[in-house]
Ligand binder design. Structure first.
Ligand code: ZN
Length: 408
């Protein structure tokens, strides 16, 4: 056994304490409870009807007649509601970033960046939210009970629009993308893309290290023009060949049409939600039960309806995670067939260690909550026999890398 292997073994043993996973689970429990209490307080305190009433009063008092009516009142309500929920979520978000992530060395954000991110998010909410809400309400008002079909078309259009404008208009507000410098990694990725006929138009590096030690690689774009984005943290922490192996897995998702299938499922999901909503939208007793005696605002109907839908969401989550784990195995197998078995295994191991990810999980818990199979299952499927995991960069690294945001 060589020294590197011993080193990894020791690290794996250290991680078996699973302190980070436990801290995250505890935090999840408390933040969930906090959200639940908030929801109950909103219901028992009649917060929605009160906020709706105040929105109407503000409109009547400060804006001319042509700005009256349900659409304008909904916009004022929506922005008020948005500010209220953001303010309420601040303590949880602050704790997560500056206490929990900080403690385990993952946080790279400054307080200033955290605040500007939040303000930018609010601004985006106003700029994008206003036309979307106006469009939705107009469709529901115009098409009566058959609105769900048109609403669905509007939703599909919005998603395609979002895919198109996200890299140009939204991503640059938060991150800087720069072209990947020529070298072993660039050549490797380009060769891989060519081999698979992947329509690669640009190859970027994103400054993920600005916020956290999270690392990742992903692709996006329309079917004929794709971009690959690699986190600077991933490049820093793994070898070029391992990054290419990770992309072998990612492009496996593309080649096996996983992204298209998920897009299709999302459209079906959206369609049945809107179709069900069309049954609920005129249900007087739903509104009355929550303090809306004389009015039935569409937006409120949708908020109440989504709460009623929550138990069904649990089933959807379970099914989607089962499917997602299947896709992960398939993408691993794809990378394996390309000959990246060893490099993928070693990069998975490195990321797992640097991320302090949970090494083992209760099968029932994992089957509901995990979108990715646990490491041991993936390594076994890759046929990894144990052995040498080499790294020249690992030894001098102090900063852990985390891939929890969107794993490989
Ligand atoms: Zn994957």
């Amino acid at each position: 056994m060589n020294e590197t292997t011993t080193d990894y073994r020791q690290k794996l043993i250290g991680i078996s304490k699973q302190a980070y996973g436990r801290a995250k689970a505890k935090f999840g429990l408390f933040s969930g409870l906090y959200g639940q209490i908030q929801n109950l307080a909103f219901i028992y305190g009649d917060v929605l009807p009160k906020l709706w009433g105040v929105s109407g009063l503000l409109l009547a008092r400060y804006l001319p007649d042509r700005f009256q009516g349900e659409i304008c009142q909904t916009l004022v309500f929506f922005f008020g509601f948005n500010i209220l929920s953001t303010v309420l979520s601040l303590p949880v978000s602050y704790y997560n970033t500056f206490v929990l992530e900080e403690k385990f060395g993952f946080n790279k954000q400054t307080l200033k960046l955290w605040i500007t991110d939040m303000l930018k998010g609010q601004m985006l909410g106003v700029v994008l939210g206003a036309p979307i809400i106006t469009g939705v309400l107009k469709i529901v008002q115009k098409f009566d009970t058959s609105f769900y079909y048109y609403l669905w078309l509007f939703g599909v259009f919005l998603q395609v629009f979002a895919i198109t404008i996200y890299p140009i208009a939204i991503l640059p507000l938060f991150n800087k993308l720069s072209p990947l410098q020529p070298g072993e990694l660039k050549t490797g990725v380009e060769k891989l893309a060519e081999k698979l006929n992947f329509p690669l138009s640009e190859l970027h590096v994103i400054d993920g290290s600005k916020r956290s030690a999270h690392s990742n690689a992903y692709f996006y774009g329309l079917p004929w023009k794709k971009h690959i984005v690699i986190y600077d943290t991933l490049i820093e922490k793994t070898e070029a060949e391992e990054v290419v192996a990770v992309l072998g897995h990612e492009l496996g998702h593309w080649s096996l049409s996983h992204t298209t299938k998920l897009f299709g499922i999302a459209q079906f999901h959206m369609f049945y939600i809107f179709a069900l909503f069309s049954v609920f939208v005129n249900n007087k007793s739903l509104y009355q039960s929550f303090g809306f005696v004389n009015q039935q605002p569409i937006m409120i109907g949708f908020l109440l309806f989504s709460d009623a839908l929550a138990p069904m969401d649990a089933v959807v989550k379970l099914l989607m995670n089962i499917l997602s784990r299947k896709f992960e195995f398939e993408a691993d197998e794809f990378a394996q067939k390309l000959g990246y078995s060893d490099k993928l295994a070693s990069s998975l191991l490195k990321l797992q260690i640097q991320n302090l990810s949970t090494m083992d999980a209760d099968p029932l818990y994992a089957s509901y909550h995990y979108s990715h199979p646990i490491l041991t299952e993936r390594l076994a499927a890759l046929g990894w026999k144990g052995g040498k995991v080499t790294s020249s960069k690992e030894e001098d690294s102090e900063t852990p890398v985390k891939a929890a945001d969107r794993e490989l």
